[in-house]
Structure formats: structure tokens, C-alpha cells
Design a protein around this ligand. Structure first.
Ligand code: ZN
Length: 234
């Protein structure tokens, strides 16, 4: 199948970053599909957020007509077999001897991109949009720009197509990601992100802060809270 040059597949987890990426893709491209991954996350809340976020984004002017199919890939058994991490088990969130947090799932983004490219191949979508970010993450090696560029090359060779992997957040910190959301969809998009995206590693939805829901203490909450504070000029 030929790839449509301006059709896109967005890796969409239901978090702040991937929601911003999805909104951005919906402003740029006339056809946008989404893919999500179930991999035995401790908390299914992320996957539930995806569905309501897609429905709410479709209500924005022009987005509804552009938003296409959603694909959910169940990697539960295979990721579970890779072993315990703090995202897939009740292990504590802490730093390991290698300097990586225990939330690191080895090779997760490499797997995600490979599955995404296979779906994009079948669906004729040339652009693969993903929220990886090197700026203020925890040093996950599979979020790095070099890794993503190498994956693009490997996938293009291995699938014999010219995919373009776009990572619009690669060099933005969380404050700049809030700013980008405002630029794309104004306060309505910021409000949607605050109210309906999920980032907290512990899956906490009971506590609502100015920056959204979460425990307020895990690394993901700390980053999001700090980014919101900086963006607000606090
Ligand atoms: Zn948290």
C-alpha cells in the first residue's frame, strides 16, 4: 500500500504529552489515527482517559472530521514476561543502580514504535507522531532523539517505506508543552488536558490540583506540577 504523505498515526497514551501531540497532529494533518498500548499497566486509568479524550478532542472545530480510527494493541503478556517494573507491578518507584527509575520498562518505546509502524504500514499512514522528550524526562534511553532517529532508519529499511517519525516535544520541557497546548487550542485545550489527561505513575485520580489529578509526589506528578507552575509564571 502507498503511504499517504499527510496522514498520521499518533502514539496516544492519554497523558499530557501524547494528548498535546494528538491535538497538534489534528491541526496539521487531514487524517489522524491513534494507537494505544495495554501492557499490564498497574492502573487502567490511562486507558480509560484515552477514550474520553478522543471524544472530547473530536468536539473541537475541525478536529472531529480529521480524527480517524483508534487501535489498541495488547502487549500485556509480552511486556509482563519482560519482568517487573514499577509501572507494571507493585514495585516501589525509586532509582536503580544504573541511575534509571524503576518506572523504566526496558525497550518499551522501541516496541511501541515497531508496532506503530506496522499499523501505519497497513493503514497507509506516513507520519508517526510520538511524545518522546529528551528535555525533562528521567533519562530513559529509548526517549532520546538519537534513538528515535535510529528507529526511523531501521523501520524504513525493514518495512521498505519512508515513514517520518515526528517527536514535536523532544526539546520542550513541561512548561513549554503547556504553552504549546494553549497555542494549539487555547484555554479550552489546556482545561481538557488538566481535567482529563492522566500522568501520575501511581494512578491517583482522587486528588485534583491546579495542574490536574495525581498523587503529587511521584516523578511524573512532580514534573507536571513544576511545569505548570513555571508556565503560569509562578
Ligand atoms: Zn503521581
Amino acid at each position: 500500500m502507498e503511504l499517504s504523505p499527510d496522514h498520521a498515526l499518533v502514539l496516544f497514551s492519554g497523558g499530557q504529552d501524547s494528548t498535546t501531540c494528538l491535538a497538534l497532529a489534528l491541526t496539521r494533518y487531514p487524517r489522524v489515527e491513534t494507537v494505544g498500548f495495554a501492557y499490564g499497566q498497574r492502573h487502567a486509568v490511562e486507558l480509560e482517559c484515552r477514550v474520553s479524550l478522543r471524544a472530547r478532542l473530536a468536539e473541537f472545530p475541525t478536529f472531529g472530521a480529521r480524527l480517524g480510527a483508534d487501535h489498541l494493541v495488547d502487549l500485556g503478556a509480552s511486556m509482563g514476561a519482560i519482568g517487573a517494573t514499577a509501572l507494571t507491578s507493585e514495585a516501589e518507584i525509586a532509582m536503580t543502580a544504573e541511575g534509571l527509575p524503576t518506572t523504566f520498562v526496558p525497550g518499551r518505546n522501541l516496541l511501541f514504535l515497531t508496532y506503530a509502524a506496522a499499523i501505519a504500514y497497513r493503514r497507509g499512514l506516513r507520519r508517526i507522531v510520538a511524545g518522546m522528550c529528551e528535555t525533562d524526562y528521567s533519562g530513559y534511553p529509548d526517549c532520546r532523539d538519537d534513538t528515535i532517529k535510529a528507529m526511523q532508519l531501521a523501520l524504513n529499511l525493514g518495512l521498505q517505506h519512508r515513514f517520518v517519525i515526528e517527536t514535536p516535544l523532544m526539546w520542550r520541557d513541561k512548561a513549554q508543552t503547556f504553552a504549546l497546548a494553549e497555542e494549539i487550542g487555547g484555554q479550552a485545550l489546556v482545561d481538557l488536558i488538566l481535567e482529563h489527561t492522566h500522568t501520575c505513575y501511581r494512578g491517583v485520580r482522587e486528588q485534583r490540583h491546579a495542574w490536574g489529578y495525581g498523587c503529587g509526589a511521584c516523578p511524573a506528578c512532580v514534573l507536571r506540577a513544576e511545569g505548570f507552575r513555571v508556565w503560569q509564571g509562578g
